[in-house]
Structure formats: structure tokens, C-alpha cells
Design a protein around this ligand. Structure first.
Ligand SMILES: Cc1ncc(COP(=O)(O)O)c(C=O)c1O
Length: 392
């Protein structure tokens, strides 16, 4: 039986992630300096572990409501009020708990894109973004954000057409760590609103941003948060915010995220969730309620120090736009080295080190991604090797 002939063109159109390929090569290395890791290196806060264990012991293991347990949705609504000034959930605004941030992005694409539609995504992008379009028969239009990785209204505007359904921004970004400022967020939001296009903000790292990036929030000026287009008046009716728990609280495998925005869109996303994910994992939903009380300040300081080390070691030899959050930096391979990103990553493997070629996230081959979610001594050794290689 020719099983290959049964595979859909949709599935065929998706490449194995460039990241996976490096993992396969890296599996043959002995104790490598692994700067390819996409998840934080700290344990889940105890209160979240306890809440999950209690949920299991109290048999809270059945299906939940499609949109998530009311206790968590209420807590999310409160956080949206504190951080963004949103009045959610209300008649106009909806909130739903999703299976990770990826789950929310997938549901949004399913709810918004038809074959032939377009969405604008940044280049470089998070690996899932172009595939959201492939899975729905739509087209992902790349917004070239090199060399500073800022997805500005000026760069997006010429890419909008009658078929554009949404513009997807991510700040802090993966793979770049770059954080958009308030004016850039405002301009992007105004542009999308004026053209009748939905702005989707992937804010998975917005609570993983460094101190210098934070600004006072509308409800409580003593609380500071990452700049977001979602903070402008009326944003809850013109944009979709997607956030996650995995990166901020070290629980990527719990598969927890949420989406908030116009109820017209959240209702459609919930319908798709009902017949796909059904609900986010029940015990993890209970486990994430105490997340809102967890202070991750110390963890963030540690990552900020690592970011500073990245800048100190690499900026003398190459261009690295300063990450304002997340744990990634996107590093330029100078033309004088005469190497593509893949060749550079292979040269790293020869030195027992893993980095991800930039073309896993981009149409270009000029950069590579490092993650600084790595213990300090290994990071320092890795950066010294990279600095030597980049200096040529
Ligand atoms: C920008 C961005 N969005 C979404 C995701 C997916 O996150 P999750 O594990 O919550 O699905 C990631 C994960 O690396 C990411 O970097």
C-alpha cells in the first residue's frame, strides 16, 4: 500500500523545523555547549506545583469548559485589567484558556484565515508563524525587519492588501529578543485599525522582559509591564492578545496559554477548540492560578545578567540588536567570514556547540540564534568560542 500517496498536500507543505535538524545532529555530541534551547532552565514555582498536585488529588481531571475553568479566566481577566486596562471578559471582549500559546495561535489562524487570504508576519519569525498560513491555505507575507528587528508600521504598511486578515507582532521577540517601544506599538495598532485588519500580539514573553523595557501600567502605576499596543483605548475591540505561562513559569510542557480580544473572534476560536483541543489540560489550568502571585523578579535579574554577558562578549565582534526580553539573541555572521548560517552552525557543532541557523526563522541566511537559558559557566564558554569564531 502506497501510504505516502495518501498524505495531504497540507501536511506535505510543512518542513521539519530547522531546529529539530540541529537537535538530531546535536544528539551525537557528548555534553555539548547547547545554546539552542528554547525553554527556561528553572523549576516551576512551588505554589504552582502544589496546586497541580491538589487538582489531581481532588479528582479535577475531567474535561473543563471549552473556554477554561471560570476561576482561571477570572484571574486572567484581573491581570488584563491590571496590565492593559482591559475590561475582560465582557459582552464585547472574550477570554479563553488554550493549549499553550501555539494552541491560541493555531485557533486564531483557523478562525480567521481562508484559502487565498494573507497575514503579515515578521521576518525573522517564530517557526510556527509561516505554518499557520500553510495549514489554512493562506499566504504569510514576510515583513523584513532586518537589521534592527523592529516591526514598524512603516515596514508593514506596503504589505497590506485587500486579502490581509491580520498582522502578527511579537514583542519581546523570538528569535531576536527585541522589544517594540510604545510609539511603535501605537503606530502599528493605528495602521491596522485604519485598514480594518486585526492586530494579533503574541505576548508570550511579555512577563519575561528586562527592567529597562518596562513602563507603568494604566491601572496601577507602581506595577510595570512591557509596552503593548493592547494598552491603547479601544484595543480590546480591535486586537487579539495571546499570552502564555510556559516560558515565564518554567512549565512549557504543561501546555498553557490564553487569548483575549473581541468576543466575535474568541467565540469562533472556542468553536474550533471544542472540536480539536477540547480544552486546555485540566490539572494545569488549576496549577496556573497561583502563577499570578508568583514573583519571578530574581529569575529575570539572572537572565538580564546573562543578556549583558552576551552583549559584552559579542558586540565587539559583530552586530547583535540588544534583547529587551526573552532569552534569545539573533547574531549576525559577518560577510567577511564567507559562511552561510548553516555552515556556521556546522562549524559550531565541530566545536561541540549548538546554535540554530537563522534560516530556521527567516528567508535570510546571515544570522544565527543563541539562547541564554543556559547555566552561566557554559554560556560564558560558549560566548568565548563564538566571539573567536566571529572575529574570523
Ligand atoms: C514567540 C513564540 N510564540 C509562541 C510560542 C509557543 O509557545 P507555547 O509553548 O506556549 O505553545 C513560542 C515558543 O517558543 C514562541 O517563542
Amino acid at each position: 500500500m502506497d501510504l505516502a500517496s495518501l498524505i495531504s498536500a497540507r501536511a506535505e507543505s510543512i518542513d521539519v523545523s530547522g531546529i529539530r535538524r540541529i537537535f538530531e545532529l546535536g544528539a551525537q555530541l557528548n555534553d555539548p555547549i547547547n545554546l539552542s534551547i528554547g525553554q527556561p532552565d528553572f523549576a516551576v514555582p512551588e505554589s504552582m506545583k502544589r496546586a497541580t498536585i491538589e487538582a489531581i488529588q481532588n479528582n479535577k481531571s475531567g474535561y473543563t469548559l471549552t473556554q477554561g475553568i471560570p476561576e482561571l479566566r477570572q484571574r486572567i481577566g484581573q491581570r488584563l485589567r491590571e496590565d492593559l486596562g482591559w475590561n475582560a471578559p465582557s459582552d464585547q471582549t472574550g477570554v479563553m484558556v488554550t493549549s499553550g500559546t501555539s494552541g491560541a495561535l493555531f485557533l486564531a489562524a483557523m478562525a480567521l484565515l481562508d484559502a487565498g487570504d494573507e497575514c503579515v508576519i515578521p521576518d525573522p519569525y517564530f517557526v510556527l508563524y509561516p505554518n499557520l498560513a500553510k495549514l489554512t491555505g493562506a499566504k504569510a507575507v514576510l515583513c523584513d525587519t532586518y537589521p534592527d528587528f523592529r516591526m514598524t508600521a512603516e515596514r508593514v504598511e506596503p504589505l497590506l492588501t485587500k486579502r490581509t486578515k491580520f498582522v502578527l507582532k511579537v514583542s519581546p521577540g523570538n528569535p531576536t529578543g527585541v522589544v517594540l517601544n510604545t510609539q511603535e506599538c501605537r503606530d502599528l495598532h493605528e495602521l491596522c485599525k485604519s485598514r480594518g485588519v486585526l492586530l494579533i500580539a503574541d505576548q508570550i514573553y511579555d512577563e519575561f522582559a528586562f527592567d529597562e523595557m518596562l513602563e507603568p501600567t494604566p491601572q496601577d502605576p507602581s506595577r510595570r509591564a512591557t509596552p503593548s499596543a493592547a494598552r491603547f483605548p479601544g484595543a480590546e475591540e480591535s486586537m487579539l492578545v495571546i499570552r502564555g505561562f510556559g516560558k515565564t513559569y518554567g512549565c512549557t510542557g504543561w501546555r498553557m496559554g490564553y487569548a483575549a480580544g473581541p468576543s466575535t473572534i474568541i467565540t469562533q476560536m472556542s468553536k474550533v477548540q471544542q472540536y480539536s483541543f477540547v480544552c486546555a489540560p485540566s490539572i494545569a489550568q488549576w496549577g496556573c492560578i497561583p502563577a499570578f502571585e508568583c514573583d519571578m523578579g530574581e529569575v529575570l535579574k539572572k537572565y538580564e545578567r546573562r543578556r549583558d554577558l552576551v552583549m559584552e562578549k559579542l558586540t565587539p565582534v559583530t552586530e547583535v540588536p540588544k534583547p529587551g526580553g526573552s532569552f534569545f539573541a539573533f547574531v549576525r555572521i559577518s560577510e567577511k567570514l564567507g559562511m552561510t548560517d548553516v555552515q556556521f552552525s556546522e562549524a559550531c557543532i565541530e566545536r561541540n556547540m549548538l546554535v540554530i541557523p537563522g534560516s530556521a526563522f527567516s528567508a535570510k541566511h546571515s544570522h544565527f540564534r543563541i539562547s541564554f537559558a543556559v547555566e552561566d559557566s557554559k554560556l560564558e564558554r560558549g560566548l568565548d568560542i563564538l566571539a573567536e569564531m566571529l572575529a574570523g
